[in-house]
Design a protein around this ligand. Sequence first.
Ligand code: MN
Length: 435
Amino acid sequence: MRTLTNATHDPALRSWVGSANDGTSDFPIQNLPYGRFRRAGSDEPWRIGVAIGDQVLDLRLASEQAPWADDLQPLLAPLAAGDLNAFMALGSAAWSRMRAALSTAFAEDSVQAPFLELCLLPQAACEMALPCRIGDYTDFYSGIHHATTIGKLFRPDNPLLPNYKWVPIGYHGRSSSIGLSGVVKRPRGQTLAPGAQAPAFGPSAKLDYELEVGAFVGRANALGEPVAMDAAEEALFGLVLLNDWSARDLQAWEYQPLGPFLAKNFASSISPWIVTMEALAPFRRPFTRPEGDPQPLPYLDGAFNRQAGAIDIVLEAWLQSAAMRAAGQPALRLSRSNMSDAYWTWAQMLTHHASNGCNLQPGDLLGSGTLSGADDDGRGSLMELSANGRTPIALPGGESRSFLQDGDTLTLRAYCRQPGAVRIGFGEVSGTIVG
Ligand code: MN
């Protein structure tokens, strides 16, 4: 088995950026995620930055202002140019070399500190953009507890379709409507009311969220060339939070026979910082199948995948209504689940996607599917929490919810924590519904 962790994961590492050491920041020196930013309210060009504590390191300034080893110049060049896709295309050895250099640069005893201090901007003073150009977006369905709960609503005796445990199910989504935190406009569309003879066109009455993780493809594969499981690990750049907003009433009417269409392509939201796969190394877990379930076909199997294919990431969804906000009431946590409960690993999803020769490109986004837990506390959508509206959930202040109402703010958060490692987080992605 390859060595997963290295000096950049050392829990004893501390940074000269004080806020990175407080034990609560999502972005300690062990994380080092990439994002694209500029000074809020400015019309400056977007820059690639690295989050550290409550600051952002401007990699264009840093490449100009601080001394770096010669071999880092070709790695810094695309980052300084604001082109994360080009950096992704360099491959995992380059990503790892850059991470080691950033770790050294941010460490307490760094000789670059006096130069890099001048290249920091508070995150609070930044606005963020999508971290890279997202060419294509595919959403999988790897949350087996979500698939089972949703399946039960429609097929109580046979919740999982026969292909589920053999093939990573997915659909091609739309990249143009992927954005960051902000306003989400309630979609309009065709719905068929219960008992109605004909559909009507109007605002969705069953607007929902889906708690997901997104994976950015780093390394391309050529058209016609599949990606083996080990190579798939090397092709994955990093992870973000993903909210796959879903209009359940549009979905129910349109989804057969070709799958989701307008019910999901009106908006998808991601968190702005890409947490690299290397940063997640201490939180890897064995991939296992429950007793009696089929083992993956050989092309989706591998020694590394069995030993460390899964990732322990705690995922949370939070809701604050307009009335709660007005009353100073904090957001209510709707669920807590874990990425390691997914039925397929990222390597399996990427390998399957390319198994027919489909060419993946740097910056392509893969969605995990809704990641629910096995119990009631872990349901990653309102469709599950309210049993499709049959059992509305109670909010503080006397309101209830089956689906999202105008003015509701839905926030996703995630973090990794385990003994012997420093906690790292994903930041958050949030959306407020408007009519
Ligand atoms: Mn989804």
